[in-house]
Unconditional design. Structure first.
Length: 108
């Protein structure tokens, strides 16, 4: 929590997903179609969804996805929701990823 001029601002939350194995593109596409409206209903905003990338050190992941949420608590709430878990179940068996929910940082 950040207190700025007497106002309380919650630190944002982020989902960071690094995909290292996608065995079925159709499952991943269906997951995305189901999950996107759920994530957005919790205030999620996509910042990175695939795209061009260069790897300079460490493992090269085939896909990187980052969603920003209004707060860390909202990001956790969305991930734990039945609606999100049901959508992830579509791709879970054919998709391997590292997925973290991370609290944002502020220098203010």
């Amino acid at each position: 929590m950040i207190i700025n001029n007497g106002l309380i601002n919650m630190k944002k939350g982020y989902w960071v997903s690094l995909y290292f194995k996608i065995e079925n593109q159709e499952n991943l596409k269906k997951y995305s179609e189901l999950a996107t409206p759920v994530i957005k209903s919790y205030g999620g905003v996509p910042l990175i969804r695939g795209g061009k990338h260069d790897t300079f050190s460490g493992d090269d992941f085939s896909r990187t996805v980052v969603w920003e949420f209004p707060s860390y608590a909202k990001a956790l709430e969305c991930h734990s929701s039945k609606e999100y878990q049901d959508s992830w179940a579509v791709a879970k068996k054919t998709t391997k990823r590292h997925m973290q929910v991370v609290e944002g940082f502020s220098t203010e």
